[in-house]
Design a protein around this ligand. Structure first.
Ligand code: SF4
Length: 212
């Protein structure tokens, strides 16, 4: 079906196509509300200002915020902390980061860090209260009784380097991937996630981590 459009509409279409061609963005189409948010974030980053956004579900906030942030972080060689209140929110960040990599032909690592207890490979820790778990883990580490920790912290650790390199080669590195790769080599997944975070451009974690 054909539709006749005015010269000004045609100019707008051309402008949008051109902007999408040059713009660092995760999707092929950008909605007007996303474009506005994206520009706001871009300006805030440039001017070192804070931005507080209240926007409805489905607007595409993650893409509109992460796209300018990662473009800025790559240029300035800095790391983004993407803080969430729930682990389920990590998935959309990973997916958006992956789209950004593919569409813009750039490479960077995006890692999730979740609670130590949720990553621990020791048996029966799920039944412990968090405070008891931290004491338990601390004691094991102090006494060199956690083989996963000892294996991970070994000097010139070729096994840990290999696991890190395998994880780096995945497009999306979820906490499940970190646990399964660490389990294969009997490494502590939490320590591995911290090692991977050091190499990452985006670190997704709980709000509370920013105060640690
Ligand atoms: S060091 Fe890692 S594997 Fe060992 S008890 Fe602590 S969290 Fe668990």
């Amino acid at each position: 079906m054909f539709r006749i459009i005015s010269d000004s509409q045609y100019a707008n279409v051309l402008k949008t196509c051109f902007l999408l061609f040059i713009m660092f963005f995760s999707h092929n189409i950008i909605r007007p509300s996303q474009k506005e948010l994206l520009s706001t974030v871009q300006n805030a980053l440039k001017d070192k200002q804070n931005v507080l956004v209240h926007a409805p579900t489905g607007l595409g906030k993650t893409a509109a915020v992460l796209s300018p942030a990662i473009e800025f972080a790559l240029k300035k060689d800095i790391t983004i902390f993407f803080l969430t209140s729930r682990q389920t929110q990590h998935k959309i960040v990973h997916e958006t980061a992956n789209l950004l990599k593919q569409k813009n032909n750039v490479n960077f690592i995006c890692t999730s860090i979740i609670g130590k207890k949720n990553m621990c490979l020791q048996k029966n820790v799920a039944t412990l209260f968090s405070s008891d778990f931290f004491e338990y883990c601390k004691k094991l580490v102090e006494n060199n009784s956690c083989m996963y920790h000892t294996n991970t912290k070994r000097k010139n650790n070729i096994v840990a380097e290999k696991v890190l390199s395998d994880l780096e080669n995945l497009n999306i590195v979820s906490s499940k991937d970190i646990i399964s790769h660490s389990l294969k080599e009997s490494l502590c997944p939490y320590e591995v996630s911290l090692m991977l975070a050091e190499k990452s451009k985006i670190i997704i974690c709980d709000y509370s981590y920013i105060f640690l």
